[in-house]
Design a protein around this ligand. Structure first.
Ligand code: SF4
Length: 477
């Protein structure tokens, strides 16, 4: 049956952890749902398209859009399915996509008219066409992987005032590595697992963004050195300050870091994950094995780049001493903010297959796969010890005295002050953040954040007095 689509509602439901008593509203008010805004660009301009992000707004349920598209993550899957069933009951056509749908397509297909496996840039416009022609398929998977010729993201549909960092941007898809706990290989199976935009397209998208601060949400911004070099060279002189993520090997291996800093890089999310070679080997994180983590920190420090270090607990070689060892290392080395995770075997990953084969998965309640709950049988300690150690690590890392100690690891006074203000500002003023969010005044915080991201050392092409703030550093709990 041909369907005329006059209205479409694109929905991101709150992750389950965002509804827990430990929820930090600011953590979920950082970035708008860029993926949905990317898909929105494929609609005919006569279609009334809305984007709803439950992390920052309430979802109205008294409507009946012609088409409902829901982005599904593992910890919002059960609620996403209920919402999908609800709208299908009202007569809307419902499509589901995202990481969890790609991981478990049979589960998702029970709640949708169409599902999307893998990235949607190629399949979504095809789907809209099929829907209009009355021949929409139940499953769309994406054999063609390219970011060439993407229509401009519908940023006009993003409610900028509800986010601290509305200028998030993605210029690549996937990652060149293959860590066995990561969704990436499952999500991109059947085609290229890492590809970038054209440099000119990326620079044009950057030029379209208002303000000064950007956050690159790419899994690995330095993943294609040739692309990254051209991107950073193109950004020089644009007066931007930005944050992003890169792997430890890429920080050490070339001049990319310096070029990025010259273009405005001020903080970096770095996936250290484990200080132990056993943990790195278990997770097939070959790009980290044998790397000198201290040299990574020194290089970033010398370039005035703040670090959000990511660490995972629960590898088979981890015993209860791992928590203090990791937190001490992070503090002693002046890591600005830290993100700790409990090892989580997501379905469709190599880690899940291994653990399942060994009978070590103890829960299939996807709501609990939030990286702060133990859902497998650890080897070197009990599940209770793992959870307790994880909670302790966060408390210890963000104690006032720890923040002061980590800040003092930097040579320059300016870096020390920035570190202290950034880390404390992120973790120690929750009621103030909550009030700002309630009053919908996050935009007023951006200049303050940018000020924190001002260069520590003189950078070519950058006014030294410029401001600076980091966001991947805002991922920590
Ligand atoms: S480096 Fe990061 S994004 Fe790439 S495969 Fe490993 S965990 Fe995934």
């Amino acid at each position: 049956m041909k369907r005329q689509i006059r209205s479409a509602k694109l929905v991101l439901l709150a992750l389950t952890e965002a509804t827990s008593p430990y929820w930090r509203p600011i953590k979920y008010s950082l970035f708008p749902p860029l993926g949905l805004a990317t898909l929105a660009a494929y609609f005919d301009e006569r279609v009334d398209v809305t984007i709803v992000d439950e992390h920052v707004e309430t979802i109205a349920l008294d409507d009946t859009p012609d088409l409902v598209v829901i982005q599904v993550y593992i910890t919002n899957a059960s609620r996403a399915y209920r919402l999908a069933d609800f709208y299908r009951g009202k007569g809307s056509y419902v499509a589901l996509g995202g990481l969890h749908v790609t991981s478990l397509p049979d589960e998702a297909a029970r709640h949708a008219d169409s599902i999307f496996l893998g990235p949607g840039e190629f399949t979504f416009p095809q789907f809209l066409n099929d829907l209009a022609e009355g021949c929409a398929k139940t499953v769309y998977s994406s054999p063609i992987r390219t970011l060439d010729g993407l229509p401009p993201i519908r940023r006009d549909l993003i409610k900028r005032h509800l986010y601290l960092v509305p200028n998030s941007i993605v210029v690549s898809r996937g990652c060149p590595h293959h860590c066995n706990f990561c969704y990436k290989d499952g999500f991109f199976q059947g085609g290229r697992t890492y590809y970038t935009q054209r440099v000119d397209d990326a620079l044009a998208e950057i030029a379209r963004l208002p303000g000064r601060h950007l956050y690159f949400l790419d899994d690995h911004l330095f993943g294609n050195p040739r692309f990254a070099r051209a991107l950073f060279d193109g950004m020089r002189g644009m007066g931007r300050i930005f944050q992003g993520a890169a792997t430890v090997d890429s920080i050490l291996s070339s001049d990319l870091l310096e070029r990025a800093v010259g273009a405005g890089l001020r903080s970096l999310f770095v996936d250290f994950e484990s200080l132990s070679p056993t943990g790195l080997a278990q997770s097939q994180k070959r790009q980290n094995l044998g790397r000198d983590y201290r040299a990574v920190v020194r290089r970033l420090d010398d370039n005035g780049v703040m670090i959000n270090g990511s660490f995972v607990f629960g590898f088979d070689g981890d015993d209860p001493s791992v928590f203090a060892r990791t937190v001490d290392w992070a503090i002693d080395n002046g890591i600005t903010t830290a993100t700790f995770h409990i090892l989580t075997p997501y379905p469709c990953t190599g880690l899940f297959a291994q653990m399942e084969a060994a009978g070590r998965i103890v829960s299939r309640d996807w709501d609990r796969y939030d990286t702060r709950t133990v859902i497998f049988e650890p080897r070197g300690m009990s599940a209770a010890e793992l959870k307790k150690g994880y909670d302790w690590a966060y408390r210890e890392f963000y104690r006032w005295r720890s923040i002061a100690r980590a800040s003092s690891a930097h040579e320059s006074l300016k870096h020390r002050i920035k570190h202290f203000a950034y880390s404390a500002g992120w973790k120690k003023f929750e009621p103030a953040w909550n009030a700002v969010i309630r009053l919908q005044r996050l935009a007023h915080m951006r200049p303050f954040l940018e000020a924190l991201l001002s260069p520590v050392c003189a950078v070519d092409d950058e006014p030294v007095a410029a401001s600076h703030l980091s966001i991947r550093d805002f991922f920590p709990d």
